[in-house]
Design a protein around this ligand. Structure first.
Ligand SMILES: Nc1nc2c(c(=O)[nH]1)N[C@H]1C(S)=C(S)[C@@H](COP(=O)(O)O)O[C@H]1N2
Ligand SMILES: [Mo]
Length: 304
């Protein structure tokens, strides 16, 4: 389970004094608070019942996949600083009751006011344990209103080659695109992350807002999202466009389905050092109890 905690903050804690006094402004377009930085959380936590030690901030922000900034694991830390993350808005369109361009700072304020900000500790599907901060994608979808025809949710990353030099290369079809089936998107483990370790997301981790789907392979967790589209048809996704045989739409962590070029039956925790033993990969990355029912009756070899 992603270990989920209610944020121990009230609006008082996340609101500058002047802002708090002029309460009325809370519902108005109030910009420029660092998107993730606005909602801090304390690290002290009495409910903690977590055995997995989180990776260090250095590991989490120093070893990344973010092809917009190069294909090397160290490239994002080197180059993602070039990305302007403020102001930021997310366009929500398609089969949605209230389509529009949503300012991220307004969205975050709303989530704080409604007490929908959580801390989550998840094992990310490429073997990091990350203390995220964010809210459930389901809460956002509820807010914008899902039309009944909706079957899938598509996501897009920012397209801005001036700041993302990797987008001048064609190793992927830009902008980076991902998708979930609606029931997957509505699952409480599907998180919109805006911070980690109590701070705004480092750019290399997908600032200012990214998806986290802990039971799927890492590439499903799309970074720096600018568009969410509710659809009837299954959306096309960057990796399955690049190589449909290797990357399917579902991409649930599944030790029984090998990648055509390597075994996925075991994995090595990142940060545990090269001497660390490989450990068996768990179905659904260890979240089977929570999510296996979504796939009941589906052939997961065919729908990989
Ligand atoms: N826009 C975008 N999102 C992306 C990627 C990318 O290249 N571009 N890489 C994916 C892959 S392959 C992984 S493993 C995770 C890595 O997330 P992390 O660097 O925060 O650990 O981000 C995913 N999201
Ligand atoms: Mo990945």
């Amino acid at each position: 389970m992603a270990y989920r905690y209610k944020s121990d903050l009230s609006i008082r804690d996340v609101t500058p004094e002047s802002f708090f006094i002029n309460r009325r402004k809370l519902t108005l377009g109030f910009s420029a608070m660092a998107a993730g930085g606005l909602v801090g959380f304390n690290t002290a936590n009495s409910e903690e019942a977590v055995t997995e030690t989180p990776n260090t901030l250095e590991e989490i922000s120093g070893y990344n996949n973010y092809y917009e900034f190069g294909t090397g694991k160290g490239d994002p830390a080197k180059y993602a600083g070039a990305l302007t993350t403020e102001p930021w808005s997310v366009k929500i369109d398609g089969m949605v009751e209230n389509p529009g361009e949503y300012s991220l700072s307004d969205l975050l304020k709303k989530m704080v006011l409604e007490d929908r900000i959580y801390r989550f500790r998840c094992v990310e599907a490429w073997s990091m344990v990350i203390p995220w901060r964010g809210f459930e994608l389901a809460d956002l979808l509820e807010f914008v209103g899902v039309k009944k025809e909706t079957k899938y949710v598509a996501f897009e990353t920012l397209l801005r080659p001036e700041e993302m030099w990797g987008q001048k290369k064609n190793y992927l079809d830009w902008p980076y695109r991902e998708g979930l089936r609606l029931d997957e998107a509505l699952h409480p483990l599907s998180i919109m992350a805006t911070g980690l370790y109590g701070k705004a997301l480092p750019n290399q981790n997908g600032a200012p807002i990214r998806l986290v789907v802990p039971w799927k392979y890492g590439f499903k967790s799309i970074k720096s999202i600018v568009r969410i589209t509710l659809m009837e048809e299954q959306p096309r996704t960057s990796w399955s466009i690049a190589n449909p045989r290797e990357y399917g739409f579902y991409s649930n962590v599944n030790p029984a389905v090998d990648h055509p070029r390597w075994s996925q039956a075991s994995e090595r925790k990142i940060g545990s050092g090269f001497v660390a033993k490989r450990q068996p990969t768990l179905p659904f990355n260890g979240y089977g109890k929570e999510v296996a029912s979504l796939y009941e009756g589906m052939d997961l070899q065919a729908f990989y």
